[in-house]
Design a protein around this ligand. Structure first.
Ligand SMILES: Cc1ncc(COP(=O)(O)O)c(C=O)c1O
Length: 375
């Protein structure tokens, strides 16, 4: 049987990894400034992560949500502490799209409404409602098309105000990435997020903070929305949550009332996934990784802004977009094949940095040296 060929692949076979570094099957070493797409939050193969997972696996790997699984509560308590959201409720699932799907469904249950405001260049996943709220017609199948999603320009306060004024009482939710990832690293202004909070309060709509890429400490605060001093009604998290183990969460404000059967999943919240997420949270606390993300991110951005050929640097913490002049279209490939540095991209000309939150100054300098030498 062949693999269903949907991924354009780099011609590299990764064999093993440690910290911010990966090695291919020829034993060539690469600096991972991509983190497997913002997934590697505490570094590859962290010893505490390995230990936690192995210990859990020897005890029990899986049981379903039909019995008490105390490790779920242990995780919820730890995440409450780490994020300052102890009063929220946690629904555990398996992927970013599934978290957003559940968040949107919950908002509709809660309000009894159907319409959702999403933003231009948004990416929320590939399942039915998540992809309908994603601004990329190429990946929306006819069966996913719905007239219930309204796309507005990002950071446009007048457009948001006008939309609420004309149909605010039909709006179930506003879903927004605090920093757009796939769309090219665009940061929401604090005043835009504050306006979303105010309009959602005024019209009893649900504010959903898609924090799948920009959350979980990556911006230097637990949620990138924290920079605006606002609380969303629902946060969704995935990527960095399990450092590679598939685990996701829907963080739900206290006024949402659950009923049995309202949401559900077979694999979500299984003991092994919880052990992975607990290991990540523990390392984040022990090693002050949010602060490190902030410090290393500021350093990288300041250095990058001073370079010729760089037309813009956007982001917060270790979620950085480097916009390049058109003549540097090949630079990302050169970084990988000539300098041994993995990065991400956003078309047409943005290099995305999404490294582990444990990136050291020496590793940041290694990247900067490689980048400067190519410019
Ligand atoms: C902001 C955002 N939301 C949702 C998703 C979907 O997550 P997943 O691929 O785990 O379904 C992604 C993935 O890139 C994302 O960046």
């Amino acid at each position: 049987m062949q693999l269903f060929d949907v991924y354009p692949l780099q011609n590299i076979t990764i064999d093993h990894a440690r910290g911010a570094w990966v090695w291919d099957d020829q034993d060539r070493k690469y600096l991972d400034m991509y983190g497997g797409h913002a997934v590697i939050s505490i570094g590859h193969t962290h010893p505490h992560y390995l230990d936690r997972l192995q210990t859990q696996l020897e005890k029990i790997g899986f049981y379903s949500n039909s019995v008490h699984l105390p490790i779920q509560q242990e995780l919820a308590d730890k995440l409450g502490k780490l994020s300052g959201k102890s009063d929220y409720q946690l629904f555990l699932c398996n992927s970013g799209a599934e978290a957003n799907e559940n968040a949107l469904k919950l908002a509709s249950f809660h309000t009894g409404r159907k319409k959702v405001i999403a933003f231009q260049k948004a990416f929320h996943g590939r399942t039915s409602l998540a992809v309908a709220a994603t601004d990329n017609p190429k990946i929306v199948a006819p069966v996913n098309q719905t007239g219930n999603i309204l796309f507005l320009p990002y950071n446009d306060e007048a457009a948001l105000q006008a939309c609420f004024q004309s149909q605010g009482h039909e709006i179930a939710a506003v879903i927004i990435e605090g920093i757009q990832g796939v769309g090219g690293i665009h940061v929401a202004t604090p005043s835009f997020l504050q306006q979303i909070r105010q309009l959602c309060d005024q019209y009893q709509a649900v504010y959903i903070a898609d924090s799948i890429q920009c959350g979980y400490g990556r911006s230097g605060q637990f949620f990138s929305h924290d920079w605006a001093g606002v609380q969303a009604d629902i946060y969704t998290t995935a990527k960095g949550m399990g450092n590679g183990f598939p685990v996701a969460g829907v963080w739900i404000a206290p006024d949402f009332k659950p009923w049995h059967g309202m949401l559900g999943t077979t694999f979500g919240g299984n003991p092994l996934a919880c052990a992975a997420a607990l290991a990540v949270a523990e390392v984040m606390m022990q090693e002050n990784l949010m602060e490190n993300a902030s410090v290393q991110g500021e350093y990288l951005m300041a250095q990058l802004r001073a370079l010729p050929g760089v037309t813009a640097v956007r982001g917060r913490g270790l979620m950085i977009g480097i916009e390049l002049a058109p003549e540097y279209a090949e630079l990302r490939k050169q970084l990988l094949f000539d300098k041994g540095v993995f990065t991400g991209e956003a078309k047409p000309n943005v290099i995305r940095l999404l490294p582990s939150l444990a990136l050291t100054r020496a590793e940041a300098d290694h990247f900067l040296d490689a980048f400067r030498s190519l410019l």
